[in-house]
Design a protein around this ligand. Structure first.
Ligand code: SF4
Ligand code: SF4
Length: 432
């Protein structure tokens, strides 16, 4: 039991005492933590971070700049959760600490204005998000991008700027309005699913989600795509804005529970993890049965197809070799690890090559890769070496953040592999 009067956490969202009390300091998590591997610092390890949060709870430490720093330096990759025998979730504890950081150290007026514009106005509004892509499309189509890249002008600015520009894929027309509300099943019908169209995926990698819908339909499922879907709220959690995340979660929960579907399917690991965690985020605000009903329907598309059984008749051979990078929010946050491999191996003609440390983070982690460009490069280099060693034709993954970081890293390093989402690979095998 804690004497809650002693706690130095501010009222509102704070880690529960139980969540920090469970740590028995065994250290099993240490070899799995990328930031501990980078720094060797106890405070940048899962055990050290949990100890800092516990000290604040115990009233032995005030919420310091050091804890703020650690909460944002944590990648929230959840590798420590997979390794911990006591069920400690250091990544989630740090995620909640970020909202404390916003209370204790809210930043200057301008940065607060910018933050609330992006988190509270842009991201929750799909129309505004789509419109915000227009300047990017013009930038690419009018040759300005070519000019900027060849003039190396961005080298004069901060590192993150050149990296962000270099990562940008070719931006097409937003997918949301192009997808029909209902895409009918092909062949013998096996069920009906709702597709959660993620914002980053549909704006940056529209082709992935187009293939996801096509593959699901070929596999015998009617696919509903609710156009009123909003951001899942993951970027808000990453930035410590749990309140806006809750509002988005409430909207999506009501929207999707109206549909009579067997499953709610996503092709974005980050969205999937966030949707599965609505249960905790909305606890106390929504009747528990409703939260359970929603949680029971959420599936990553790989998880869903592996459970349903891949209908392989009619699939065309894709004669190629692939290796697989596991997105942290798929393998560690959702425990989906074997299913993508099973699907890859079931595609005719595909040779699967396992890579070393496939579940080690790629160094993207929402905006982490831009905030800590040097550290992110070190995490990425370790991953690139493992990818290169497989000599596979393609690198397959299942999350837009990983996709952006890895595609950029491979190109920078002059490594031949290109990056595909697993649904793009399966799409190549799926007849028109
Ligand atoms: S977080 Fe878990 S694995 Fe790490 S030291 Fe604590 S109990 Fe051990
Ligand atoms: S979530 Fe990742 S970076 Fe954060 S403490 Fe755990 S292993 Fe380390």
């Amino acid at each position: 039991m804690t004497d809650i009067d002693k706690s130095n956490f501010a009222p509102g969202d704070a880690p529960t005492y139980e969540s920090v009390l469970q740590c028995m300091r065994c250290g099993f998590c240490l070899p799995t933590c990328p930031t501990f591997a980078l720094t060797g610092r106890e405070r940048s390890s899962p055990r050290g971070r949990v100890a800092l949060a516990r000290a604040v709870h115990d009233g032995k430490l005030t919420f310091s700049e050091a804890l703020k720093e650690e909460s944002f330096f944590c990648l929230d990759c959840r590798a420590c959760t997979t390794a911990c025998p006591s069920g400690v979730k250091a990544g989630e504890v740090m995620e909640v600490c970020r909202s404390q950081a916003q209370q204790f150290f809210p930043g200057g007026h301008l940065s607060q204005k910018f933050r609330s514009f992006v988190l509270e106005r842009m991201l929750p509004d799909p129309d505004a998000l789509e419109k915000s892509m227009l300047p990017n499309r013009l930038y690419q189509r009018l040759g300005i991008q070519w000019l900027v890249r060849h003039s190396h002008i961005l080298k004069l600015g901060p590192d993150w700027m050149e990296k962000a520009e270099g990562m940008m894929p070719k931006i097409g027309e937003p997918l949301r309005q192009q997808l029909p509300e209902i895409t009918p099943a092909r062949g013998e019908k096996r069920g009906r699913v709702a597709f959660f169209l993620g914002c980053v995926m549909s704006l940056m990698y529209g082709e992935v989600s187009r293939q996801t819908v096509r593959v699901l339909a070929y596999q015998g499922f009617d696919v509903l795509t609710p156009k009123a879907t909003k951001c899942c709220g993951a970027p808000h959690l990453a930035e410590g804005d749990r309140e806006t995340s809750r509002q988005l979660a409430l909207h999506n929960l009501e929207l999707f529970l109206k549909e009579d579907v067997d499953a709610i399917v996503t092709d974005c690991a980050g969205c999937g993890a966030s949707l599965k965690e609505y249960e905790e985020l909305l606890e106390g605000l929504v009747p528990h049965e409703k939260l359970e009903k929603f949680r029971a329907k959420i599936r990553d598309v790989q998880e869903f197809l592996a459970e349903a059984g891949l209908r392989s008749e009619g699939l065309k051979p894709v004669n190629t070799s692939v290796t697989y990078h596991e997105p942290c929010h798929l393998c560690h946050a959702q425990g989906v690890s074997k299913q993508p491999r099973d699907l890859i191996k079931a595609i005719p003609g595909v040779e699967f090559r396992e890579m070393n440390e496939s579940s080690w983070c790629c160094g993207s982690a929402a905006t982490w890769g831009l905030k800590f460009t040097e550290e992110s490069q070190q995490v990425l280099d370790r991953k690139l070496n493992n990818i290169k060693a497989t000599d596979a034709d393609h690198l397959v993954t299942a999350n837009p953040g990983c996709h952006l970081q890895l595609a950029w890293g491979l190109k920078q390093a002059g490594i031949k592999q290109d990056v595909l989402h697993l649904m793009e690979l399966l799409g190549q095998a799926t007849p028109e």
